[in-house]
Design a protein. Structure first.
Length: 528
């Protein structure tokens, strides 16, 4: 039986396969019918050859041409939305509505259009000109970008449709997409529309390519290949760090999103004002998508107080009463169970656990664990085990000083939040806690659960290690996300007609802003 074809150099073709696999429906535990190939490195080599040729073409392509492709692709995704949603639901068990159809798919096309607008404008390139020294610099494409997509966002973070993909394309780079093996059919449908948009807008054949799966050795070899400009990876910490080591050894940039427990600190004054509302918010955020969001609140930090005890009882009741959602894969369920067991061995107690539901689907009880701050401080590494799924750990500190100690032992996270009294009663405690938390998270929130990630230029979906591989970059937010996939090019005394258009004296044909002799301008460079 043939496997589904891979996309190489603008053509669907059979893979040079080492093996094959099936996706599994998480709601039934049963394999889905299509078989997909595990490619050999010969397929990677062919994709890199085509991507290298495409990169040479894209390097001089005007931004509006790239924007046309992204906009056409977004239109085609929307026209095929019903089939995409149905396929993604079968492969992930995520709800059709509102999650896939009304939230994630529109977010995907929105961020693609934002990337298109940035490509057309060109200000993301940060053109900088020193007229006296006749030095000029701008950001420029890096070359082929490999994108490894995660299991939990088949559209918005998908390898052939998500934020890394859109940012890499907007920067003028071709993309080699490595599908997540949890949703290969969804990725294939998206790649079909990307190819059609590529052909409609006359992009080079190697602009978008798709491989489904590689063995570990070939994945490491791919990110370290000298033809790769950069890679983007979202997934487990262990796999991400292995890829990073291979990329670092070869001097290839790689941008990682790895793990995050997203601490939420709730101060007593806030609980006295709105305890039930906070409990509802925490449970709603923690169980949303069965807790399988990278920004799901996995660590609750409380100060010993009768209101904190009441909050934990209420959260435990709600966890126990809530229906148990379906996890994305058997691996996610096994990892979650192992994480809960590790925390219990480290001293956490099981405060709430629901029934698991039907045994033929991938699931785990809604679980709330509780530990003292003293227990946390005895083994902070284990106590920060990521519970990717419908489980959370609450840590109760004796006082604010002990909570400061807990925060001081936190690893890097995508988000961190502090709930405090609207009256200002908690402000002194907030001022003691916030500096330490600020240093350990990419996005600091007040009085709001962290699950939502707005696609905004001001967003930082990043953070210190191990949330990401580098604290200076974001995976969400245009134009900052684009700049990960660019190189800084400097021109010293280069003749005017040999300069990129954005660095010439004449005003750009777009609304691009340029930094000329320390001042931002959209106009011509005055003769000197």
């Amino acid at each position: 039986m043939n496997t589904q074809p891979i996309l190489i150099a603008g053509q669907w073709r059979q893979a040079d396969a080492r093996d094959s696999f099936h996706a599994v429906n998480p709601a039934t535990g049963q394999p889905l019918p299509d078989r997909y190939p595990v490619s050999s490195y010969a397929d990677c080599d062919a994709a890199l050859t085509a991507a290298t040729a495409a990169a040479a073409y894209l390097r001089s392509m005007p931004g509006d041409r790239i924007a046309d492709f992204l906009e056409k692709y977004a239109e085609r995704i929307e026209r095929r939305s019903a089939e995409l949603v149905e396929t993604a639901q079968l492969e992930t068990a995520l709800p059709r509505a509102p999650r896939l159809a009304e939230v994630e798919l529109p977010r995907t096309t929105n961020q693609m259009r934002q990337a298109a607008a940035a490509a057309r404008d060109g200000s993301w390139r940060l053109p900088t000109i020193d007229t006296r020294a006749n030095l000029r610099s701008c950001l420029a494409p890096l070359g082929p970008v490999c994108v490894f997509g995660p299991n939990n966002f088949p559209f918005a973070f998908g390898s052939v449709s998500g934020g890394d993909f859109a940012a890499a394309i907007a920067a003028g780079n071709p993309v080699i997409a490595k599908a997540n093996t949890s949703h290969p059919a969804t990725t294939r449908l998206l790649a079909e529309e990307a190819l059609a948009a590529q052909q409609q807008t006359d992009m080079p054949p190697g602009t978008v390519q798709l491989l489904y799966r590689l063995d570990h050795a070939d994945g490491l070899r791919l990110v370290g290949d000298r033809r790769v400009g950069a890679s983007g990876y979202t997934g487990s910490r262990s796999a991400g760090l292995a890829l990073k080591a291979a990329a670092d050894a070869a001097g290839r940039p790689i941008y990682l999103e790895l793990s995050s427990i997203n601490p939420v600190v709730i101060l007593p004054g806030a609980l006295r004002e709105r305890l039930e509302a906070i409990a509802e918010e925490f449970v709603g955020s923690g169980l949303l998508g069965t807790g399988q969001f990278c920004t799901s609140p996995g660590l609750l930090i409380l100060i010993q107080d009768p209101a904190s005890d009441t909050l934990l009882r209420l959260i435990g009741q709600k966890y126990g009463q809530a229906s148990v959602g379906t996890l994305l894969s058997a691996g996610v369920a096994q990892s979650l169970g192992a994480g809960v067991a590790a925390l219990v061995r480290a001293g956490a107690r099981l405060a709430a656990s629901s029934t698991t539901g039907p045994s033929d689907r991938f699931c785990h009880p809604n679980t709330l664990l509780v530990a003292t701050a003293r227990q946390f401080l005895l083994d902070p590494e284990t106590m920060q085990t990521e519970l990717f799924g419908n489980a959370a750990l609450a840590v109760v500190a004796d006082d604010v000083a002990q909570a400061v100690q807990v925060i001081g032992h936190l690893e890097g996270n995508l988000t961190g939040c502090i709930y405090s009294a609207a009256s200002g009663a908690d402000d002194p405690d907030y001022d003691r806690l916030a500096p330490g938390l600020r240093a350990r998270v990419g996005r600091l929130l007040n009085d709001k659960m962290p699950t939502g990630v707005a696609v905004s230029p001001a967003m930082n979906h990043g953070g210190p290690y191990p949330a990401t591989g580098h604290p200076g970059f974001t995976a969400v937010g245009i134009p900052a996300a684009i700049r990960r996939f660019a190189a800084l090019h400097c021109y010293d005394q280069v003749r005017p007609h040999r300069l990129p258009e954005c660095l010439r004296d004449g005003a750009p044909q777009t609304d691009m802003w340029r930094l000329v002799d320390g001042r931002w301008t959209q106009g011509d460079i005055a003769a000197r």
